[in-house]
Structures are given as C-alpha cells and as structure tokens.
Design a protein around this ligand. Sequence first.
Ligand SMILES: Nc1ncnc2c1ncn2[C@@H]1O[C@H](COP(=O)(O)OP(=O)(O)OP(=O)(O)O)[C@@H](O)[C@H]1O
Length: 247
Amino acid sequence: MNPPPIHIENLDFSYGPVSVLEKANLEIGDREFVSVVGPNGGGKTTLLKILLGLLEPRAGSASVYGETPILGRKWIGYLPQHSHLDSKFPVTALDVVLMGRLGKTRRLGFYSKTDRAIASNMLERVGLEKLSHRPLAALSGGQCQRVLIARALVTEPKLLLLDEPTSSLDDYVERELYDLLLELNKELTIVVVSHDVGFVSRYVEKVICVNRVVHVHPVSEISEDIIHDMYGEHVHMVRHDQEHGDG
Ligand SMILES: Nc1ncnc2c1ncn2[C@@H]1O[C@H](COP(=O)(O)OP(=O)(O)OP(=O)(O)O)[C@@H](O)[C@H]1O
C-alpha cells in the first residue's frame, strides 16, 4: 500500500519553552479534503509548517508520502496565510503564477516553454485564462487568491496546503473558491485551515481540531459541544447548511 499523504505520530512541538502541539497523531489519506480548525494561536499554522519541513518537532514524527517533510515537500503546493501581493508591483497574473516555477526551472531568470504552458494551464484551471495578462492591481481579492492557488499548482503537487485562503473574502467569493477546491480535490489531497467550522463542514469530510492537542472528527460528528471545547462557551457554531433550510 502507498504511504499516506500525511502521517503524524506522537508529535510534540514547542517554540522555546512554549509548548504548542502535544502528542499529536494524524493521518490523512489520498484525495481527502479536510479542514484544520481551532482558536487563534491553537497551532494550525505551526502544524502546516512542520509538514513543510520548515519547523522541526521536538518529539515524535511527521511524514509526507512516507518521506521526511523536507523530502516530501516536493509533493506539496502551499498557500501561506496572509500571502501578500503588492498590487502596485508591476506584474501580471501570469508573471505571479510563473514565479511558482522558479524552483523547477533550470535556467534562473528564464522560463521555458514548458513553464509557460504549465502556468497558462493552471490559470485556466482556476478560471482566469482570460485575465492572464491583466496587471495584479486590476484583479479582485478573490481573483488574487485564485492566482495564488494557480501559483501553488504549477509545481504539480499531489497535496495542497492552504492557510486561511478566504479570510479576507466575502461570502459569495468564499463559496466560489471552495467550489474550485472541491473540483481540484478530484485529483489532489487538500488540507485547508479555516476559522469557519460551519462553512467548511459543507465541503470537507473531516475536521481536524487543533488547540495544542489534535482531534480528528468526521463532519457528521461536529457538534456545539466540540465547538465549545475548542473556542469556549461564548462561540456558537453556525450551521450554514441549515441557514436556508426553511426556504
Ligand atoms: N516564530 C514563533 N516564535 C514563538 N512563538 C510563536 C511563533 N510562531 C507562532 N508562535 C506562537 O505559537 C502559537 C501557535 O501559533 P500558530 O500561528 O501556529 O497558531 P494558529 O492556530 O495558526 O493561529 P491563528 O488562527 O491566529 O493564525 C501561538 O501562541 C503563537 O503566538
């Protein structure tokens, strides 16, 4: 059997004396679409950075397709939190996507025909083929996020890690972006960090709750009690799938 995209065993992580993850266990299978949720400072971004090999666990292990995170990183497309695109920077959507090929292309500073073909193809996949030569400054927030997803896809990953890709987008654009992820999930394993448990529950199979400890819940198990344990009594879960239930 092929090793799973993500396997974490008894993992502890701390920044200096501050413990962030304790005895974490997690397995994510091929073509799963899962969400990582939890309160601010719960350790979600830290977990992704461990999977990317950017941070070393203090104890336990993490593997990506059976390899160490540093070696397995080649299979990962990553959209960081707060990925900032300076809209005044004079580049087009295609230029930004091509930047994702920098680690792959052999001739630094020159993109090959293959690089350009892959970048154009990915812009098409995210629905922006007609905007490939549009300056960044002339794209909406949702279109910019699509450009960044296309940039993460040009390395031809098998696993996509997205850290709060929709935090600054309005509801309609957020839904469109998750519809795109659902489409990409036909071929890729997707892990997406979100703050909106109710919203992501409509899309994902499993919810990974991270608050120093890691708990995995099938979406069907997510309840008000689980949300209270994570965020405290003052937070209520909005079941977006039931918002229009009467209408
Ligand atoms: N480089 C760092 N050095 C020291 N502490 C850090 C560092 N990065 C994060 N932390 C701390 O580690 C804890 C977990 O941070 P992390 O960014 O993983 O949380 P998060 O769940 O992604 O939070 P948020 O939802 O706010 O993005 C927090 O208490 C944070 O302050």
